[in-house]
Design a protein around this ligand. Structure first.
Ligand SMILES: CSC[C@H]1O[C@H](OP(=O)(O)O)[C@H](O)[C@@H]1O
Length: 343
């Protein structure tokens, strides 16, 4: 008798091509409401990326690729303008630029709207396959019965499905390697509290929410052996830009002897960026900090600084897991051995 896992793994699809427009699960409204937003132009797709209707590095690259298809169907004379608008939507996640470069290369080869749709579908399908493979590779590193802490949301909502760091967690739970999952709430936008917990509950994977500020205390307790996170851009020397708060998790992990894993497809690796110092960090509106659920929580007149990513130096990372393989103790030489010297 085979035992079926109690979880469905990747039943969530947040980016759905409808043949002539793009349907996005509105991540601003989760978990309270499951509302879909239809985009009928590249401008609408760019706005959806900018406003975090769709977010997560691979997912915004996939959405942007479909945005190019919409432009090719409706306004083929202005494809360069559509590419530029989509490219400007968010600055840090390199998957966006990677996907648009790939669509641009297809345009240069003479692709029509139908051929561009095949390219966008390939980008989406390859991401799902990469996630499944990374899940196996990452889970194999874990040991047995471990506790893990993750940050932000790196699951089906952030990708074509299954997820990057959350894919490793799904695979690790399936294989019986993970005993406990903790998710940081991920202030200020609460991707961990709102999205990761929602995804894990749908898969019937028990998870415990912790305040971001509880992470060091949790590591000290001994309940966590691995921190597992995603990435928005990985530089040639192995430095990793990821959701704000990742850097302090890596510092805490090293201090407490907790291992630190980054999981991302090769589309997140940017060998043309030498180090994390060269990565543009997105600054978002102070209002994301000054208000909560639409209600102002900070005294009028206060200022706020809201960088939404930080850079974890390669020296604090034990393993970078990609679909091409694992880079342990990453540095420029080990990265070049797997990814070459430039993309
Ligand atoms: C699967 S990568 C997800 C990645 O994207 C997040 O950022 P955001 O929610 O602002 O798009 C975060 O950095 C995650 O690690």
């Amino acid at each position: 008798m085979t035992t079926q896992p109690a979880y469905s793994h990747d039943s969530i699809r947040a980016v759905i091509w409808q043949g002539d427009h793009l349907r996005l699960l509105d991540q601003r409204r989760l978990p309270a409401d499951e509302i879909w937003l239809d985009c009928h132009s590249a401008d609408e797709v760019a706005a959806a990326i900018r406003d975090l209707v769709v977010r997560g590095a691979p997912a915004i690259g996939i959405a942007a690729a479909w945005g190019v298809v919409i432009a090719a169907q409706r306004d083929p004379g202005h494809l360069d303008a559509a590419l530029a608008t989509l490219r400007a939507a968010r600055p840090t996640a390199v998957n966006l630029m990677w996907a648009l470069d790939r669509m641009k290369a297809a345009i240069v080869r003479g692709a029509d709207a139908a051929a561009l749709a095949r390219e966008a579908q390939a980008i989406q399908d390859e991401d799902l396959a990469a996630n499944r493979h990374m899940g196996e590779l990452g889970a194999a590193l874990l040991g047995r019965g471990v506790g893990v802490l993750t940050h932000c949301n790196t699951g089906s909502l952030a990708t074509a499905g299954f997820g990057t760091a959350l894919g490793v967690i799904r695979a690790g739970v399936s294989a019986g390697r993970i005993a406990r999952v903790f998710a940081g709430e991920t202030r200020p936008w609460l991707q961990g509290a709102r999205l990761t917990i929602w995804e894990l509950l749908r898969d019937r994977i028990p998870a415990t929410l912790v305040a971001d500020s509880a992470a060091a205390h949790l590591m000290k307790s001994g309940d966590v052996q691995w921190v597992i996170v995603g990435a928005d851009r990985i530089a040639a020397n192995g430095d990793v830009a990821n959701k704000i708060g990742t850097y302090q998790l890596a510092i805490g992990a090293r201090h407490h002897g907790v291992r630190f894993m980054v999981v991302a497809p090769s589309s997140t690796v940017d060998m043309s960026t030498a180090s994390g110092a060269d990565i543009e960090i997105e600054l978002r509106s102070p209002d994301e900090l000054l208000a909560y659920a639409g209600q102002r929580t900070v005294a009028a007149g206060a200022q706020a600084w809201n960088p939404v990513f930080d850079v974890t130096p390669a020296s604090l990372i034990d393993a970078i897991v990609t679909e091409r393989g694992v880079v342990e103790r990453p540095d420029a030489g080990r990265m070049a051995a797997l990814f070459g010297t430039a993309r």
